[in-house]
Design a protein around this ligand. Structure first.
Ligand code: MN3
Length: 199
């Protein structure tokens, strides 16, 4: 059973004006689709890995034959991260987290606004392509990490709660070099119910 590209859970234009339609089309139908097909191609001759979840695979890259390890690290990471990416947004969302996630954020960062500032710093601090993440460790503690390329928090034993894709393909058509504006607008479309459910 090959890995499948999930359908976008809303229309391509649903996150306008914060994420533009053209970027959504290319990002989902070309980039995410590309990671998916390249992941499947990499695993083709080692089909036993299709029985594992993508998180299980990324959590133990050393279990993979060396010849396909880099391809799976890159494309498996890309596949997994974009699955998380689309799920965490929705039209008309935004606002702030509530409940236990809000409490944990306040405890760790002081306030939601301070968390946003630290998250932005992490996202701006990723040099070149990569992601910034709010993650949970094995003790349930929150922290922020930046990961280059498609390297995964899963490989570090961390669970992603919220991620921002800072590859240029995620924002360049609309924002060009203005990564900071893209990060500021990212909050407008976050579905905190989905994000909270990961915590
Ligand atoms: Mn991307």
């Amino acid at each position: 059973m090959a890995f499948e590209l999930p359908k976008l859970p809303y229309d391509y234009n649903a996150l306008e004006p914060y994420m533009d339609t053209k970027t959504m089309e290319v990002h989902h139908d070309k980039h995410h689709a590309g990671y998916t097909s390249k992941l499947n191609a990499a695993l083709e001759n080692n089909p036993e890995f299709f029985k594992k979840s993508i998180v299980e695979i990324l959590s133990d890259l050393n279990a993979l034959p060396e010849a396909i390890r880099t391809a799976v690290r890159n494309n498996g990471g890309g596949y997994y991260h974009h699955n998380i990416w689309w799920e965490q947004f929705g039209p008309g969302k935004g606002g702030k987290p509530t409940g236990v996630l809000a409490d944990a954020i306040n405890k760790k960062f002081g306030s939601f606004e301070e968390f946003q500032a630290e998250f932005k710093k992490a996202a701006l601090g990723v040099f070149g392509s990569g992601w910034a993440w709010l993650v949970k460790d094995k003790n349930g503690d929150l922290s922020l990490v930046g990961t280059p390329n498609q390297d995964s928090p899963a490989t570090l034993g961390l669970e992603p709660i919220l991620g921002i894709d800072v590859w240029e393909h995620s924002y360049y058509l609309k924002y060009q070099n203005r990564r900071d504006e893209y990060i500021d607008n990212f909050w407008q479309v976050i579905d905190w119910e989905v994000v909270s459910s990961r915590f």
